[in-house]
Design a protein around this ligand. Structure first.
Ligand SMILES: Cc1ncc(C[n+]2csc(CCOP(=O)(O)OP(=O)(O)O)c2C)c(N)n1
Ligand SMILES: [Mg+2]
Length: 701
């Protein structure tokens, strides 16, 4: 069994709940209720079946030869999937699709219950799941994969939600051939571990007996569909012809063992069944087998010379579509509704006092208000993560959202980052607009593959047929007073900046939080964009800029009628002029913006004028703004609170060089160290002094 054939897919309802088999429990069903193959030897349907077989073979072969006509990835990977059959493509990373499958199951159920009577993004109808109401999610994987952290996360999360009474209609199918490449699953282990999953019902069948498989699979799928609860179907089977083309299994399997597997070949078992039932003779079936073989070979020859991707633009076209004018239009549309027909509902949702009337806000309050507005503008938006609902977040950023919008849209998850993002992946696929939170930047690494390998690749591997729009909120970066140490002050974003297509936004000022968040949400809806919204924790509750009590780090929240004019497009910076603004261009983001503005004020007293460029977007970098602002002064000081190695500053300097910038440039950045506890943190982090010194050195050259 080729690992690429393991995948999640949504099974459309063919038979309503009333037509399904009775819940007799695993193993008690009659294994041979009726022939599984309706008309194997020919007859009226033969031409139709032949065409279907040929099409299936052609699909797979096109993927194998990287043909642009491959129906799912268009030549980008040999993934298995088809949009019209609701087969979601999977990546090569074993088990990484299982958290998404659980998320999809949760979302399919949740969408049935979500109040869709309110406002909508699509003027033609309320947000809806693209799947039928009684759809179930099916995902498959091998026996070795049951041990993977992503798989155990998925089983656990499905069971955890089941334990709480929430419904997740997902069927896990384990194809147990006893081997993971060359490593054997210990005898009995797969059954023992799969049977022991709390909240996940166990079904099993001999995978080499097609009739038994059909019967038990139908029973398992029927049970999941009827009860809307998770189950696992454990199919013991054989492995033929090694793991993959280059795998010489004779190196680790005896000839007798290989022969024993060949004797249990499911194709042989099917043939035996047909002969015993008098449907066909052995000779007829052999002839049929050869005919199919030739058919596949012919198809392979046909597709071999099909066109391949031949230009960069072609390769990256579906990677992360960007339609900035449509995104701007979506923001303007949301603004019009919020200011117009929805004004009363909005005022009510804010308890009679919308945030623009609440006076200047902190960064945390602005994000909270923008999230609430996001929930009003997008009825399919859901906020979830560890501690976001009852507590309102570790720093209060999501406070009050559950009370205002209900537990179906704002909910606490279990403590597992892989599952938090998996829920986001599935929810986005189901048509929701997920806004998951990873509690601290340092904990994203637990689950990074769900963003890098899954979220960011789905449009690429499906030519945009599937997408998982998402805005992942991540509190992070350093400089927290009184809460020290690396894990709560992680200052590295290298792991995010090189993920193709991923958008990374960093709001530094309260009055930027709303525009940046609205853009990320609109881009998710319009283009399926996956964004990370990186919130500088140390600025959450900061009020002052220059002097205690000056309130200059607070910001007014824009009223909806000002949203369109204040729109912040992806990849556009914000520039502050200090003094003459003619001498030095300081390029920075996050905590660096506040430190640089303070340093620029000191420098202005010395007669040095600075332009402070807040990048706002770390991916894609605002290259055009950067070059323009650098050229004005010819002296660039990069103030990068991330580390010297792999930090954002490297990207800024590279962008300047690539664009032919010939002026002077210097960089201040954090030391290549984890952030230590207490005052020692100042030894490794960028300081205001380092910024003023850096600017003076630039000018002294
Ligand atoms: C996370 C991850 N680690 C390693 C691999 C390399 N790899 C590909 S298939 C495979 C074995 C999978 O065995 P099993 O789950 O039993 O599936 P089977 O191939 O037997 O169907 C391994 C180790 C991978 N694709 N993904
Ligand atoms: Mg296996």
């Amino acid at each position: 069994m080729d690992v690429y054939a393991h995948g999640p897919f949504v099974v459309r309802a063919a038979v309503g709940p009333a037509g399904e088999p009775a819940d007799a429990g695993p193993g008690t069903v009659d294994p041979r209720p009726e022939p599984a193959v309706a008309d194997p030897a020919g007859g009226p349907d033969r031409d139709g079946w032949q065409e279907a077989y040929a099409e299936a073979a052609r699909d797979v072969l096109r993927g194998m030869v990287a043909s642009t006509r491959d129906p799912i990835a268009g030549g980008r990977h040999k993934v298995f999937g088809r949009a019209d059959l609701a087969v979601v493509p999977t990546t090569s990373t074993i088990a990484s699709h299982l958290p998404r499958a659980v998320g999809l199951g949760l979302a399919v159920e949740r969408l049935r219950r979500m109040d869709t009577a309110g406002r909508r993004d699509d003027p033609d109808g309320p947000p809806r799941s693209p799947w039928p109401r009684d759809a179930i999610v099916v995902c498959s994987f091998g026996d070795a994969s049951v041990n993977h952290a992503s798989a155990t996360a998925a089983f656990n999360t499905a069971g955890w939600y089941d334990h709480t009474g929430l419904r997740i209609p997902v069927l896990f199918v384990c194809e147990d051939n006893g081997l993971g490449i060359s490593v054997r699953s210990p005898e009995g282990w797969v059954e023992r571990t799969l049977r022991a999953r709390p909240g996940v019902r166990y079904f099993t069948a001999d995978g080499t007996d097609p009739v038994a498989v059909h019967a038990v699979a139908a029973e398992a799928a029927g049970w999941v569909r009827r009860h809307r609860r998770p189950a696992v179907l454990h199919l013991r089977t054989v492995r033929l012809l090694g793991h993959a083309g280059a795998d010489a299994e004779q190196a680790y399997r005896s000839t007798a063992e290989i022969a024993a597997d060949e004797a249990r070949d499911p194709v042989l078992a099917t043939a035996r069944l047909l002969v015993e039932a008098g449907v066909a003779t052995g000779e007829e079936l052999l002839a049929r087998y050869d005919e199919r073989g030739w058919q596949v070979r012919r198809t392979a020859e046909e597709v071999l010379d099909e066109p391949k991707l031949a230009a960069v633009a072609e390769v990256v076209a579906p990677l992360s579509p960007r339609r900035p004018s449509r995104v701007a239009a979506a923001v303007a549309q949301a603004a019009q509704r919020a200011a117009g027909p929805d004004a009363t509902g909005r005022a009510e949702a804010f308890g009679g006092k919308p945030p623009e009337l609440a006076g200047p806000l902190t960064l945390a309050q602005s994000i909270n208000a923008a999230l609430a507005d996001g929930m009003l503008s997008h009825p399919q938006l859901a906020v979830f993560g560890e501690d976001v609902a009852a507590k309102g977040g570790v720093y209060g950023v999501t406070k009050g959202l559950r009370e205002r919008f209900g537990a179906a849209r704002v909910f606490d998850t279990l403590l597992d980052e892989t599952s938090v993002l998996g829920l986001g992946l599935g929810a986005g696929l189901a048509g929701m607009l997920p806004v998951p939170e990873i509690q601290y930047l340092a904990y994203l690494h637990n689950a990074e593959d769900q963003l890098r390998g899954e979220a960011a690749t789905l449009q690429f591997f499906s030519q945009g047929a599937f997408r998982n729009p998402m805005v992942v909120r991540v509190p992070g970066l350093a400089y927290q007073e009184g809460f020290g140490g690396h894990f709560h002050n992680d200052n590295s974003v290298a792991v995010l900046r090189d993920v193709p297509g991923l958008v990374v936004a960093v709001p530094a000022r309260p009055d930027d939080a709303g525009p940046l968040l609205r853009t990320c949400l609109a881009a998710a809806v319009v283009d399926g964009t996956v964004s990370v919204f990186l919130e500088p924790i140390a600025l959450y509750h900061t009020r002052d800029l220059y002097e205690p009590g000056d309130g200059e780090w607070l910001g007014a929240y824009a009223e909806p009628s000002a949203w369109a004019a204040g729109h912040a497009p992806i990849g556009r910076a914000r520039v502050y002029g200090v003094g003459s603004a003619e001498d030095v261009t300081i390029v920075t983001f996050g905590n660096g913006v506040r430190m640089s503005l303070r340093a620029a004020s000191t420098l202005a007293d010395e007669g040095i004028g600075c332009r402070v460029v807040d990048l706002r977007w770390l991916a894609p970098l605002p290259v055009a703004d950067l070059i323009r602002e650098a050229s004005v002064t010819g002296r660039v000081l990069v103030v990068d609170e991330t580390r010297r190695s792999g930090g954002v500053g490297e990207g800024i300097l590279a962008a300047l060089v690539d664009a032919g910038y010939v002026g002077a440039a210097r960089r201040v950045a954090a030391v290549d160290s984890f952030v230590p506890l207490g005052p020692a943190a100042r030894q490794v982090l960028v300081s205001e002094d380092a910024i003023t010194q850096g600017a003076r050195t630039l000018l002294a050259r």
